[in-house]
Design a protein around this ligand. Structure first.
Ligand SMILES: Nc1ncnc2c1ncn2[C@@H]1O[C@H](COP(=O)(O)OP(=O)(O)OP(=O)(O)O)[C@@H](O)[C@H]1O
Ligand SMILES: [Mg+2]
Length: 303
């Protein structure tokens, strides 16, 4: 697959950034715990998380399924309120969702009945932005993600990678201070994914937004992050962080990216193995290890 195949010009060059009037904001979680209320009672999803993200920092949250990555994004977005502790933006408590924080999901979730351009303008329409200004802004943003040629297309006429770029343009429409991305490229093929990682890095360098990016893919995290925050499970919590001080822009095939990724992957593996052992209802074989027979399933076997 080439860049052209997903609608990117082969000679795609950095364009001047759209007017970013709102700089990135710092975000903090202070001793944050969050429990979901379920029929079976409270389920602790995040336990006592402390995290400070600088304004204009790109942080990737990495960890096994169920470690609370999406919950942290929802807390920062203001869609969930902490059960304990505080979530702050530039030092002030976040008291609900707002235009200063925008989310991009795995599934682009563009409105199928609107053209790409109208999708990008939709949040501006909600905010009461006059039509002329809306038009100018959507053009800037669609040019930035190299989709201006497709402004009149409907989402079903676009590839998955193009839809995700459209979703990023829409998320940036209100000029948010913080961009929250929940596994935005998980459903894409590897090559499209690499191209879009480069796009995210370019947009990040141009706009200097604060970006919190959730991924299961360690290599993707190393390619993108200033800092990787490792999460663990049972209960969901922050384990530690890893600074990725590689120069930007980073190349997908940079050997140093692979080296860092192998290191971080080793840390995550032990968490994943922990879950697998807990969830396996049969013998669990650690990669390269011996079969470990669950003694609960083998009671009396030697009698
Ligand atoms: N609506 C909900 N009601 C009850 N429990 C929930 C709900 N959403 C998530 N949880 C639980 O909270 C914990 C954290 O979930 P969360 O979705 O934040 O994890 P995640 O790290 O994003 O996982 P994944 O990688 O699978 O997306 C999990 O134990 C999950 O089962
Ligand atoms: Mg999730």
């Amino acid at each position: 697959m080439t860049a052209a195949a997903i609608g990117l010009p082969a000679d795609a060059v950095a364009r001047p950034s759209p007017r970013a009037t709102r700089p990135g904001a710092s975000t903090s979680l202070e001793r944050v715990s969050f429990s979901f209320q379920t029929e079976k009672g409270a389920r602790l999803a995040i336990e006592s998380a402390n995290l400070h993200i600088e304004a204009g920092e790109l942080v990737c949250l990495v960890g096994p399924s169920g470690s609370g990555k999406s919950t942290i994004l929802n807390l920062i977005a203001g869609l969930l309120a902490p059960t304990e502790g505080r979530v702050l933006e530039n030092g002030a408590p976040i008291d609900g969702p707002g235009p200063a924080r925008a989310m991009v999901f795995q599934d682009a979730a563009l409105f199928p009945w609107l053209t790409l351009r109208d999708n990008v303008e939709y949040p501006l329409q909600l905010a009461g932005t006059p039509k002329g200004e809306r038009r100018a802004r959507s053009e800037e943003l669609l040019r930035m993600v190299h989709l201006w040629r497709f402004a009149q297309s409907f989402p079903h006429e676009l590839s998955g990678g193009m839809r995700q770029r459209g979703a990023i343009a829409r998320a940036l429409a209100t000029d948010p201070a913080v961009l929250l991305m929940d596994e935005p490229f998980a459903a894409l093929d590897a090559q499209t994914r690499e191209i879009l990682q480069g796009e995210v890095e370019r947009i990040f360098l141009e706009t200097r937004k604060t970006v919190v990016f959730v991924t299961h893919n360690v290599r993707e995290a190393v390619r993108l992050a200033d800092r990787i925050v490792l999460m663990g499970t049972r209960p969901g919590r922050i384990l530690r962080d890893v600074i990725i001080d590689l120069p930007r822009p980073r190349a997908a095939n940079d050997e140093r990216v692979a080296w860092f990724a192998a290191d971080v992957a080793g840390e995550i593996r032990s968490e994943v193995e922990k879950i697998a052992r807990e969830e396996a209802d049969d013998a669990w074989v650690a990669p390269g290890g011996r079969v470990r027979v669950d003694p609960r399933r083998n009671m009396g076997g030697g009698i």
